[in-house]
Design a protein around this ligand. Structure first.
Ligand code: NAP
Length: 678
């Protein structure tokens, strides 16, 4: 039997004694788990003193590259993880969701990190705020990594994804982690974690593991540390109210159970694609991972008139589910993670049956194909039906964390919104309808109670990622009962590990600190900045050009060759009647083009391309006779680590002969690095 070890302070360490975890299919011992003897205070100190500083030396892009390398490295060992995953009762599809889903999340963050975060060690958040009359005192928000560690406490149902979906964000942010998997399935997490350490991709101290209980770790948490918890609401609430969490304002993210619902729209009658899609999805959610998913459909709301039809359709589909050892041909659903878990589900079903009748399945017996029916944690899918969901509080409160769902009727949109809200906060809800007006009304009434809402119809069903799949680019988490936490959602998830600080000072000081030129900080003119490569270019490097006179001939010429003959440029009488112009004005795009003609240095050089404009505003109309000048200033540089170039952002201001601002925008270019640096 495998004695699991914790990875603490750079060493693998077995705990004393420990609980034995059993194979979910056969009941045979798989692993012994204990963290007794592990020094949790030392682990936290190691993360803060060794892991944190090493991670913070890297930029977001460097950390993102490491995530990608880690995902590729782990992918090579996938088959071994699948073999271990089978012992948790998982089918091949279940394992894919957990294992490949975890790697996919790493890849997604590796890509988002490089596309949406700067190649820097902190984030400049938003635009500067001018605080004084002359502009000599400004404010700017920045976001820097917390200098503590995050303790990730995970649930048993996703031993791989549960770990990686969280690590992807703290590692990208530059914060070290201590992972504590649920004991029941920690043997799979430990196997993957061993490879993560063996890969040497992340620096020592960035990753540690506790197999077993967290001991006195909570006693040693500081205000720079974080805890993320995924598991039952009862454990979560206990941990969230730990005195140290409260005293030190430790950031605590909780992802708890929730009574997620799926709603059949009134238009989705039998014979419509949405009816069939609904039935398929409810069954899929009941049986994938044996229903051991925090996002699974626990409450199925259907129009009262469709209750019988849906019950029959679900029953027919559920009858095709074959329970047993997923390695045996034809088996479509494996076992629950443990016998204890099966007992919990049976208990919950018994409570639900006080208000709901059994439609399909038998909580006490199930035909099993392969595996050891007497020792494995097998349970067939169980469909219940509750006629009076308003009068039956338990159907909205009790989570049977297994292949269990309860069918309930609703009368109209307000009724189903009220029923959905009885869950008191869910991770996800779904709606199957081809009626967009119904969908809008439902979303406006129910979104506040959900972290994610999926609307499925015949147009999107093929590409839909499904009710139960949290996506790395979308937020995962929900209000109230679901824990009130938020994870992932692309780079939003990274922000949880950063401290936002409002800086105040002079523009020059803040520019020096942030590496971003701010209005009011010094500009320097000299060699045309388009002649400088990325390494030579300095913040504040400026070119001023102009003036150039706007003429009616040029406006008409521009209109003729672009085809933009909008009346404000071409018809004096109509333009005079316009409340903004009072006569013919130059095209906005004429102003942009003319300004580019003024500031450009045309010869081949380090500037490779213009890839867009940001924050464009036309402030004052340009009229025939006006004389326009432009000031272009290097505002920010973002060298790419994998390319021979980087992005340069240029602050651009077009003014007229009176010094009035005509247009402001940021020009975005790609600029080559110095030959040696490239
Ligand atoms: P659990 O019993 O609450 O355990 C969750 C985690 O907390 C495990 O790692 C467990 O470790 C640990 N834990 C338990 N007591 C602790 C304590 N006193 N101090 C520190 N850690 C403690 O939940 P579970 O049964 O494993 O998971 C099933 C539940 O998780 C379901 O209700 C499900 O809905 C929910 N869930 C939610 C999400 C989500 O994203 N919202 C995802 C998956 C699951 P041990 O295993 O060592 O006891």
């Amino acid at each position: 039997m495998n004695k699991l070890e914790s990875y603490a302070c750079g060493k693998w360490q077995a705990g004393e004694g420990g609980e034995v975890m059993l194979n979910a299919l056969t009941g045979e011992p798989v692993a012994q788990v204990s963290s007794r003897g592990v020094n949790f205070a030392a682990m936290l100190a190691h993360a803060r003193k060794v892991g944190g500083p090493a991670l913070r030396k890297l930029t977001f892009h460097e950390r993102a590259m490491k995530l990608k390398a880690l995902a590729s490295y782990l992918s090579e060992h996938k088959d071994r993880y699948y073999a271990i995953s089978a012992k948790t009762g998982a089918s091949k599809v279940d394992s894919m969701i957990d294992i490949d889903g975890g790697f996919g999340t790493l890849f997604s963050y590796a890509s988002k990190g490089r596309r949406e975060l700067p190649n820097a060690r902190f984030i400049v958040d938003g635009s500067p705020e001018v605080m004084g009359k002359t502009g000599s005192f400004v404010g700017q928000h920045v976001m820097t990594p917390l200098q503590g560690a995050v303790l990730h406490i995970n649930a048993f149902n996703f031993p791989v994804w549960g770990m990686l979906e969280k690590l992807s964000q703290n590692l990208l942010a530059g914060v070290p982690a201590i992972v504590k998997p649920a004991s029941q399935t920690a043997y799979l997490t430990e196997a993957v974690f061993r490879d993560m350490i063996a890969s040497g991709i992340f620096p020592e101290g960035a990753l540690q593991l506790i197999c077993g209980s967290v001991g006195d770790a909570f006693e040693h948490l500081t205000g720079q540390d974080l805890v993320t918890f995924t598991g039952s609401a009862s454990t979560g609430q206990k941990l969230k109210s730990h005195p140290v969490i409260i005293r030190n304002s430790v950031r605590f993210t909780m992802e708890a159970d929730s009574l997620n619902c799926s709603i059949l729209g009134p238009d989705a009658v039998p014979g419509t694609p949405e009816f069939d899609l609904y039935v398929k999805e409810v069954v899929r959610e009941m049986t994938t991972k044996c229903g051991q998913k925090c996002t699974a459909i626990r409450r199925a709301f259907v129009p009262r008139t469709q209750l019988d039809a849906v019950a029959e359709a679900l029953k027919a589909r559920l009858a095709k589910v074959v329970v047993g050892d997923p390695s045996v041909d034809g088996v479509t659903m494996g076992a629950l993670a443990s016998l204890a878990q099966r007992d919990e589900v049976r208990k919950a079903v018994a409570t639900l049956r006080t208000v709901a009748e059994l439609v399909a399945g038998d909580p006490d017996t199930v035909a099993v194909t392969g595996g050891d029916a007497a020792k494995g944690a097998f349970l067939g899918p169980i469909l219940l039906r509750c006629q009076d969901p308003h009068g039956a509080a338990v159907v909205h409160e009790v989570e049977a964390f297994g292949p269990v769902s309860t069918l309930m009727p609703y009368d109209d949109v307000d009724d189903v919104i009220a029923l959905a809200a009885k869950g008191e906060g869910s991770l996800v809800g779904s709606l199957f309808t081809y009626d967009n007006a119904f969908a809008r009304e439902l979303v406006l009434g129910a979104a506040s109670h959900h972290g994610r809402l999926l609307i499925v119809n015949r147009d999107c069903a093929k590409e839909s990622t499904g009710h139960g799949s949290p996506m790395p680019v979308l937020v995962h988490g929900g209000p109230g009962r679901a824990g009130g936490g938020e994870e992932m959602g692309g780079v939003r998830g990274v922000m949880h590990y950063l401290q936002r600080t409002a800086l105040q000072g002079s523009p020059a000081t803040l520019a020096a600190i942030t590496g971003q030129w701010l209005p009011g900080s010094p500009r320097q003119e000299g060699v045309h900045p388009f002649r400088k490569n990325l390494d030579e270019l300095q913040l504040g490097d400026t070119v001023k050009a102009g003036p150039r006179k706007v003429t009616l001939e040029e406006i008409e010429h521009f209109a003729a060759f672009t085809g933009d003959t909008f009346y404000a440029h071409m018809d004096e009488v109509a333009a005079a009647a316009n409340p903004f112009f009072g006569g013919r004005v130059a095209h906005g795009y004429y102003i942009l083009s003319m300004s580019a003609g003024l500031f450009v240095q045309p010869d081949p050089g380090p500037v490779l391309a213009n890839y867009g404009l940001d924050n464009l505003r036309f402030v004052t109309p340009a009229k025939p006779g006006d004389e326009l000048s432009v000031t272009l200033t290097c505002k920010g540089k973002n060298p790419r680590i994998t390319e021979h170039y980087g992005e340069v952002r240029w602050d651009t201001v077009v003014t007229n002969q009176d010094g009035k601002v005509v247009a402001t925008y940021d020009v975005l270019t790609m600029v080559e690095k110095a030959p040696a640096a490239a």
